[in-house]
Structures are given as structure tokens and as C-alpha cells.
Design a protein around this ligand. Structure first.
Ligand SMILES: Cc1cc2nc3c(=O)[nH]c(=O)nc-3n(C[C@H](O)[C@H](O)[C@H](O)COP(=O)(O)O)c2cc1C
Length: 132
């Protein structure tokens, strides 16, 4: 099982309604591809965890990277995991709040061993959220 975490910046005009559309597409495709995870959107940036078989994840990431609704994708972590760590959701959504804080804390843990530039990207995301 492979797990990928990334962060990206929403394109201008992408709002909560657009994020709902993205979520619906993701849930449909991810159910088909046995991909699970979480999608967090704070109105400005996306933070997504994807878990599944490596080839299925590659295909999903290729589509996601081409999507003009976001840009500046930074992979925070890409590793093998023994079991799914983000639950069984075809793509759960986390709006700001307590659960989102737990999600961000979990990712902070996971990126602890990542390269300094990846950690810095994540830290700046977390700080942006606090300021929001
Ligand atoms: C932040 C973000 C996260 C996305 N996550 C997923 C995802 O988990 N699974 C997926 O299939 N598509 C995801 N997409 C959508 C894809 O970029 C693309 O629009 C979709 O896969 C096209 O599917 P379709 O050809 O079936 O309409 C995401 C897009 C964005 C902007």
C-alpha cells in the first residue's frame, strides 16, 4: 500500500462549491480505483492524503497534477504503509475545525522526517491556517 501526501494552491475563483465538485469526482473515481484518503481545503490551499496501490495512485496523481483548479503542487511525503492510515473514505472532506486540526497534526508527524524544504512548505501551510 502506498501513501502520498501533497499540498497545493487553489487557482483564483476556486471556492467551496468548486471544492465540492472536486470531491464528488474524486469519490466516484477513487471508489472505482480502490483509492482512499482525505481532502482538506481551507479556502486557499488543498492538503490531500491518498492511499492505494501504486499504479492506481500514479494514474490519479497524473490527472490531479494536470488539473487547472490548483497549482504549485508539493509532494510532502510518498511512502509505503502497512495499512491505510486515513480511514476507508473514498475521499473524506475536512473543513476547518477540530478534525482538521487532528488531520494537520497527523501530517506534521508524517513529514517530520521529510526534507527541510518539504517540511518548510508544510509549516508555512499550517501557519497560514492559524492566521486565517
Ligand atoms: C485538489 C484536487 C484533488 C483532487 N483529487 C482527486 C482524487 O482524489 N481522485 C480523482 O480521481 N480526481 C481528483 N481530482 C480531480 C482530477 O484532477 C480530475 O479532474 C478528475 O480525475 C477527472 O476525472 P473524470 O475524467 O472522471 O471527470 C482532484 C482535483 C483537485 C484540484
Amino acid at each position: 500500500m502506498r501513501q502520498v501526501l501533497y499540498i497545493s494552491t487553489a487557482a483564483s475563483g476556486v471556492d467551496g462549491a468548486a471544492a465540492d465538485t472536486i470531491l464528488a469526482t474524486s469519490q466516484r473515481n477513487n471508489t472505482r480505483d480502490a483509492i482512499t484518503g482525505l481532502l482538506y481545503f481551507d479556502g486557499k490551499r488543498f492538503l490531500q492524503a491518498l492511499e492505494g496501490e501504486s499504479v492506481a495512485l500514479d494514474r490519479a496523481l497524473t490527472r490531479i497534477e494536470k488539473d487547472p483548479r490548483h497549482r504549485a503542487i508539493v509532494i510532502l511525503s510518498d511512502r509505503d504503509v502497512a495499512a491505510r492510515e486515513f480511514g476507508d473514505w473514498a475521499m473524506a472532506h475536512r473543513a476547518p475545525g477540530a478534525d482538521a486540526d487532528a488531520f494537520v497534526a497527523k501530517i506534521a508527524d508524517l513529514v517530520e522526517r521529510a526534507s527541510p524544504s518539504v517540511r518548510a512548505t508544510f509549516t508555512s501551510f499550517a501557519e497560514t491556517r492559524r492566521a486565517a
